[in-house]
Every structure is written in structure tokens, then in C-alpha cells.
Write a new protein. Structure first.
Length: 295
């Protein structure tokens, strides 16, 4: 039985220490925001909140979920995320599968054309004019069509199809009389759960956090996604309209409640993504190492 050398043990200790530091640096800000969102605003402003809540209160969440703009933004973002991710997934599969087939004539030329678009694009103004000419301004389609597919994700999925699904399986299915559509839906997709989960996670997080397209293409407030509402609250400081308090209660209480609202809305905006990840994590770990091993 081989025994670890002192160098291996030292490397393991240093590596573990560094990973622990990175974990703390990444997780602590989120933990602090979560604790601050349920703490007394005065304790937060005085710097008393570090690891645990002080003066437990849910006033921030009460104001957040009583605000119609936030609830409407939640609904819009859910709609954009579900519909956009579905379109992304369909487009990516329909592009990656043919490009992974050896019998597709000219696939290298098509792939080169797609890669070209990763480095050169028409620019923001021509894209806006195209979206306007297509009549998608102030519609849901402006949020999901312009980014309907990612070339990088096509490359990842194509690599999975090429390296993880033996070409002999597809040839055997063709000999048995399967069409290309049947091969895709009956053989390829059932064996591609890891990469599909990775694509869902990538696309869903992108749609959930998207705000630039809404700034450019949307002007009607009832179509704004949650991130635009969050931007107004955190950057533009529009929290006064969310506080239903009398004028006699003073500016100090308004400022404290405004701080509580900011922390609460950050947690409310990120919670769905944090809940989604554990369900896809086991597929994500497998899918992210696509092509790293060849047997």
C-alpha cells in the first residue's frame, strides 16, 4: 500500500486551506445579506450584524412582497426565463446535433460561420433597428428572440454528442430503419441528460439575471423584468415609494427601512436560482467535464 509523502500531505493541506478561504470569500457576502435582511435596520447600520441576525424582523420582506412592481417583475422574469430557456434549448439541440454528425456535408463550413459570429457582430444599433423592424419592441419576444442561441453552448453540446455518444449506435439505428428525427428523440436526447441539465442551468441563469435587453427594448413598466425593478431600488434608490409610513415618523426610520428593503429584495431576487442549482448539481458536475477523458 502506497503511503502519501510529506509533500503530498502538505499540498493537500494548503489546497484545502485555499479552497476554504475562497469558499468563505464567496459565501460570506450572500450570508451577510441574508442575515441583514431579517435583522433590525439600526443594528445593520451600526455594524452589529456579522454572522447572526440582530433584532429579528421581517419588515423588509413585508414591504417587498407588498409591492406590486416587484410581484409583477417576478412574474415577467419567470415567463421570460421559462420561455427563453425552452427556445434556447430547442435551438441549441437542433444546431448541435446535425453538426455532430459525420455525414453532414459542409458541417465544418457551417461551424466556421457560427464561430465567426462569436468575434464579430452587427453591433447594438443595427440589432436594435432589426428588432424594431420585426415589430418586437415592447413585446416578450424582444427578451427571448435576440439571444435565442449561444454559439459557445452549441460547441459544448456538439462536443458531447461527438465524444459521449458512439457513432455506431446511430448507425445501428439507421440500419434498423430509424429516421434522423427518431434517432434524436429516441436515442440521443435520452442519453444526454447531463448536457441538457447544464444547458438549462446556463440559459436559465442568464435569462434570470438579464436586464440590458429590457433597458433597450422595453419602455412599458408592466413588462419590466425583476432585475430592472431591482436596479431601480439598489442603484437609483427608489425605495421611498415602497414605504407606507406616515410623514411624522421621520427620515431616520425611512432610511432604516430602505436599507432593510434593499437586503430583502436581493435575497428575493436570487432565491429561485439558489433553489434550482441543487437539483441540477449532480448533472452539472458530470456535464462540465465533457471531453476531459477519452477511453
Amino acid at each position: 500500500m502506497d503511503r502519501e509523502s510529506w509533500g503530498d500531505r502538505l499540498f493537500g493541506l494548503i489546497n484545502g486551506f485555499m479552497l476554504a478561504v475562497v469558499l468563505i470569500v464567496v459565501l460570506y457576502p450572500l450570508w451577510f445579506v441574508a442575515m441583514a435582511s431579517i435583522s433590525d435596520p439600526m443594528a445593520v447600520l451600526n455594524g452589529k450584524v456579522w454572522l447572526w441576525p440582530q433584532g429579528l424582523t421581517l419588515v423588509g420582506y413585508e414591504k417587498v412582497f407588498a409591492n406590486k412592481d416587484i410581484l409583477q417583475g417576478y412574474g415577467n422574469t419567470l415567463l421570460y426565463t421559462v420561455l427563453g430557456t425552452a427556445i434556447n434549448l430547442v435551438m441549441t439541440v437542433l444546431a448541435a446535433y446535425p453538426l455532430s454528425r459525420r455525414d453532414l456535408y459542409g458541417r465544418n463550413s457551417v461551424m466556421a460561420f457560427l464561430v465567426f459570429t462569436m468575434f464579430f457582430s452587427g453591433g447594438m444599433i443595427p440589432t436594435y433597428l432589426l428588432v424594431k423592424d420585426l415589430g418586437m419592441i415592447n413585446t416578450i419576444w424582444a427578451m427571448v428572440i435576440p439571444n435565442a442561441v449561444s454559439v459557445w453552448n452549441i460547441i459544448i453540446m456538439r462536443t458531447f454528442f461527438q465524444q459521449s455518444l458512439p457513432h455506431e449506435i446511430q448507425e445501428a439505428a439507421q440500419i434498423d430503419g430509424c429516421s434522423n428525427i427518431k434517432i434524436l428523440f429516441k436515442i440521443v436526447l435520452p442519453l444526454s441528460t447531463p448536457i441538457l441539465a447544464v444547458m438549462v442551468l446556463f440559459y436559465a441563469v442568464g435569462h434570470w439575471n438579464a436586464f440590458f435587453n429590457a433597458l433597450v427594448y422595453l419602455t412599458e413598466r408592466d413588462k419590466f423584468p425583476l432585475q430592472i425593478i431591482l436596479r431601480e431600488i439598489l442603484i437609483q434608490g427608489q425605495t421611498a415609494q415602497m414605504m407606507d409610513i406616515g410623514a411624522q415618523e421621520g427620515m431616520a426610520k425611512k432610511l432604516m427601512e430602505a436599507e432593510s428593503i434593499k437586503y430583502a429584495v436581493v435575497i428575493a431576487a436570487n432565491l429561485p436560482v439558489l433553489v434550482l442549482y441543487p437539483f441540477l448539481q449532480r448533472y452539472f458536475v458530470k456535464g462540465i467535464f465533457i471531453g476531459s477523458l477519452k477511453g
